[in-house]
Design a protein around this ligand. Structure first.
Ligand SMILES: Nc1ncnc2c1ncn2[C@@H]1O[C@H](COP(=O)(O)OP(=O)(O)OP(=O)(O)O)[C@@H](O)[C@H]1O
Length: 311
């Protein structure tokens, strides 16, 4: 979907992106992670040409981004950022409709799309459509930022620390929502974060950057199991590696299907992570948890020993 070939960016005589080769696959969530100043945001902003690269090529759908008119390029790419950039004097509906308005969609279609997005992001349209950004919580504002980025159904979503500055609970709810939307829509997402747990839970493809170059990339589980060097090892945090691995797998992957005699009030959802299961085992001091599906039916059980196999 997006290909970087030997891309370099120099600011004030300093090379901040250095002959970068990167492939952002269609339909996947690619996450750029690295320390502050490693060049993540610059890489993301070169995709929609908020920053122009100095050399090399960046291709979008097979063509150089430079061959597009900049407005056409940006309309095909949603962009969500930490500070949301919502227009304060516009209602939620107007904010979400920014790009559809530019594309001259008719009123009815815009309204339908706004309501659909609000519903998708768990905000009741009748309650939120006419509010102004200052009448929303930080987490709600970020949801609107995401809704606006998705409004005209762009081919790729660029997200720069979209959940930054949120408390851990809201952050995790929004991460789940974006993952769910991704699963429903199959949208290509490029996400920048400096939070390793966010990166591990969100990424199909994780790209670890340092000093404008890629240090290692691949599936999170692969990087956790086979860090390329000490830098990577240190970055992902060796100490709770096992727990991080558990966070990448779901209960259903280790469920012993069938009935269960374990106390039903301890049932864990089959789509919960094994890390959550670990927490339940410890909190309830049990060795076996019943597992339920989305309809709250018991479908089997998870044994504590099965976690060892997963890790
Ligand atoms: N417009 C600019 N002018 C000069 N230098 C810049 C500019 N934008 C970024 N830089 C520099 O380029 C380097 C990479 O910045 P970038 O914002 O891409 O890093 P980052 O990995 O996203 O960091 P953070 O996590 O802190 O946002 C930094 O050293 C930064 O100071």
């Amino acid at each position: 979907m997006i290909v970087f070939e030997q891309v370099t960016k120099i600011f004030d005589g300093r090379t901040v992106i250095n002959t970068l080769d990167l492939h952002i696959a269609k339909g996947k969530i690619t996450v750029l992670i690295g320390a502050s100043g490693s060049g993540k945001s610059t890489t993301l902003k070169m995709v929609n040409r908020l920053i122009e690269h100095d050399s090399g090529r960046i291709l979008f759908a097979g063509e150089e981004t430079r061959s597009f008119k900049i407005e056409d390029l940006r309309r095909r790419m949603g962009y969500a950022i930490q500070s949301t950039g919502l227009f304060p004097h516009w209602t939620v509906a107007q904010n979400i409709a920014t790009v559809p308005q530019l594309l001259n969609w008719d009123k009815q279609r815009i309204r339908q799309r706004v309501d659909e997005l609000l519903t998708m992001l768990n905000l009741e349209p009748t309650e939120y459509r006419e509010r102004y950004p200052h009448q929303l919580s930080g987490g709600q504002q970020q949801r609107i930022g995401v809704a606006r980025a998705m409004a005209a159904d762009p081919e790729i979503l660029l997200m720069d620390e979209p959940f930054g500055a949120l408390d851990p609970v809201t952050r995790s709810v929004l991460q789940d929502e974006v993952r769910r939307i991704h699963e429903l829509s199959g949208k290509t997402i490029l996400l920048v974060t400096h939070d390793i747990d966010e990166a591990l839970t969100m990424a199909d493809h994780l790209v670890l950057m340092d000093k404008g170059q890629i240090v290692q990339q691949g599936h999170p589980a692969h990087i956790l199991a086979h860090p390329a060097n000490d830098f990577v090892r240190e970055f992902i945090g060796r100490s709770d590696l096992g727990v991080k691995m558990l966070s990448l797998q779901t209960v259903s992957e280790r469920t012993r299907f069938g009935g269960s005699d374990a106390p039903i009030h301890l049932a864990i959802a089959d789509n919960a992570s094994l890390k959550e299961a670990l927490s339940d085992f410890v909190a309830h001091e049990v060795n076996v948890l019943p597992v339920m599906n989305e309809h709250k039916q018991i479908i089997g059980e998870l044994h504590f020993s099965d976690l060892l196999r997963a890790a």
